[in-house]
Design a protein around this ligand. Structure first.
Ligand code: ATP
Ligand code: MG
Ligand code: MG
Length: 556
């Protein structure tokens, strides 16, 4: 295994370990909110958190950040676990829910009230926002800020017991209404939400805010390095304040890194959910989605996503990564590891006139031309075969390295054939090419001295009588704009959706060895690109998703 490249987070950990901090322990966590499926940005955070834990013999908890009872669903929890495991990481039983700590969080809030560091505010949400001020105006104190400890305890108990309506009051930290950091202007710790929670049921009608829950969950789990994205930088002073003023057993530290952004797509769960809900895609795992499950269905391997995340690196500089880099990662992986197969996407029938009617020959081909250890495969040759329409022309100059009327090509792994005639339908379209084959050309070049000219090239093909029909789905970018989030007035990111991101080719033919292959099996279709068996594929109907082309070919 190659050692992960260093980054500023690893340097901080190295320094902490050298100074003997945290008893030499490294404990991280990956804390998704279960309100959607994970996307490629989350993969970066997963690789960082689990990767750091792995390298330092530490551990990484999977923690569901489920403080918001309204948006969270069990389907998301299951998908998140599946995606993390699929990426190749394990949390060693350390599966946590922020809601596991609701009792403890409540006690710690009461502790803050006792210390005179929290109060119940009865201002309306609008008034609270107004009193808080903004970057240019200082905040002003709520008239309820100086309530006594006893009064605050009694009111907080009323909030908890359900005696108060939603919005009637909140619990706030008492910090500094003049602070230049808006997050320190008496942030809200608890609000009333009369909602059933998927883990705690109807036990609670008050729910802790994310900014209060997160540092405490970290501390209660003994997290040493709490890694999050840069938008939380301004929240760090409050994170530290919470740790400092509550009696928790550990002092985790928060470090921020830049989010991963990819061009030609969106990485926001809210936007991805909108694509799903409004039917712009088939679901969260549509192969065009930048979700982990979508990339998986598209044909990406866990290794390719880990390699990609590693090559993107971890820094504090915001940037947009080119989609081509993600594609390069899977192309490299599949080029090395994917078995080869022949699939004809736009079939044109070829009849070999000097091949006996019922004769079938089994040709031997390597599974991977550069890797003998992957063995060989058998490909049936028959009188009628399919080639790709693009691989035949009646006339062409010498640059066309495919079949031309009167000229010869080699059928990959098979014989040399010469095109002798064409058959047309009523509209004049060519529906068949007539050929002759040279029986003495299997694995060797034609020897006859009177043969004019060289072979034009080598083309792929599939036996018409023995081949397997299949459907192939080709994909283009889901958005036509490099930055779909950038919109003119009256537009949304949906204005940039590419209407032609999916083309379904029915009536393709693949070599018969692929009959019945399982979903997620990946191939290089020779001369066409990389493809993966779709989950909808069955013994009756094979369906393939195009993963990526053979070469970088975009923009077209
Ligand atoms: P979204 O904006 O898509 O809803 P989020 O940050 O709200 O993302 P969470 O479920 O809270 O989603 O994310 C879990 C973890 O993954 C957090 O630590 C978050 O910082 C990290 N994360 C989310 N998006 C990215 C990204 N694009 N790049 C790197 N890390 C990310
Ligand atoms: Mg979040
Ligand atoms: Mg979010």
């Amino acid at each position: 295994e190659t050692k992960a490249p260093s980054n500023f987070i690893r340097q901080i950990i190295d320094r902490d370990l050298a100074e003997g901090k945290n008893d030499g322990q490294v404990v991280t966590r990956f804390p998704p909110e279960p309100n959607g499926y994970l996307h490629i940005g989350h993969a970066k955070s997963i690789c960082l958190n689990f990767g750091v834990a792995e390298s330092y013999n530490g551990s990484c908890n999977l923690r569901f950040d489920d403080t918001n009872p309204e948006k969270e669903e069990d389907e998301y929890i299951q998908s998140i676990k599946q995606d993390v495991q699929w990426l190749g990481f394990t949390w060693n039983g350390q599966e946590k829910f922020a809601s596991d700590y609701f009792d403890r969080l409540y006690e710690l809030a009461v502790e803050l009230i006792h210390k005179g560091l929290a109060y119940v505010d009865s201002l309306s949400p609008e008034q609270i926002a107004e009193y808080r001020g903004n970057f240019t105006t200082p905040g002003k104190p709520s008239p309820y800020r100086e309530r006594s400890v006893e009064e605050n305890l009694a009111l907080f108990e009323q909030m908890r017991s359900g005696e108060m309506d939603e919005g009637a009051a909140v619990l706030r930290a008492k910090i500094d209404m003049q602070s230049a950091n808006l997050n320190l202007r008496d942030p809200i710790l608890y609000r009333i939400r009369k909602k059933v929670h998927h883990q705690t049921g109807d036990k609670w009608v008050i729910y802790p805010m994310y900014d209060f829950t997160h540092p405490l969950s970290d501390a209660l789990e003994g997290i040493t390095h709490s890694l999050c994205t840069l938008e939380f930088e301004d929240h760090r002073p409050f994170y530290d304040w919470v740790i400092e003023h509550t009696s928790v057993p550990a002092s985790p530290r928060q470090y921020e890194f830049a989010r991963l952004n990819l061009n030609y797509t969106v990485t926001s769960k809210r936007k991805l959910k909108q694509l799903v809900d409004e039917g712009h895609v088939e679901g969260w795992n549509d192969p065009r989605m930048p979700t982990i499950s979508g990339l998986r269905r598209r044909g990406y391997t866990p290794a390719s996503l880990r390699t990609f995340c590693e090559s993107v690196g971890v820094s504090r500089a915001d940037s947009v990564v080119d989609m081509g880099m993600l594609e390069a990662a899977i192309r490299d992986d599949l080029n090395q590891h994917a078995p080869r197969a022949m699939c004809v996407l736009n079939p044109l029938k070829v009849v070999i006139e000097n091949w006996e009617g019922g004769k079938e020959e089994s040709l031997t081909a390597p599974v991977h031309p550069q890797n003998e250890t992957m063995g060989t495969r058998q490909v049936p040759m028959t009188r009628e075969i399919y080639i790709d329409r693009e691989d035949f022309r009646e006339e062409a100059n010498k640059k066309f390295k495919r079949l031309v009327l009167g000229d010869r090509v080699r059928l990959r792994y098979g014989y040399v054939v010469r095109a002798t005639d064409v058959v047309r339908d009523d509209s004049g379209e060519i529906v068949e090419v007539r050929c002759s084959y040279d029986p003495d050309t299997l694995g060797k070049n034609p020897e006859n001295a009177d043969d004019q000219g060289k072979l034009r090239g080598v083309i792929h093909w599939v036996s018409a009588s023995k081949g397997e029909p299949c459907e192939v789905r080709l994909y283009d970018r889901l958005f036509t704009a490099a930055n779909p989030n950038k919109t003119e007035e009256g537009q949304t990111f949906l204005s940039h959706i590419n209407p032609d991101s999916l083309s379904v080719l029915d009536g393709c033919w693949v070599e018969p060895g692929l009959r019945g292959v399982l979903a997620e099996t990946r191939y290089q279709f020779e001369r066409e690109g990389y493809f993966c068996v779709d989950q909808s594929s069955s013994a009756d109907k094979l369906v393939f998703n195009q993963t990526v082309g053979l070469r970088e070919s975009w923009p077209k």
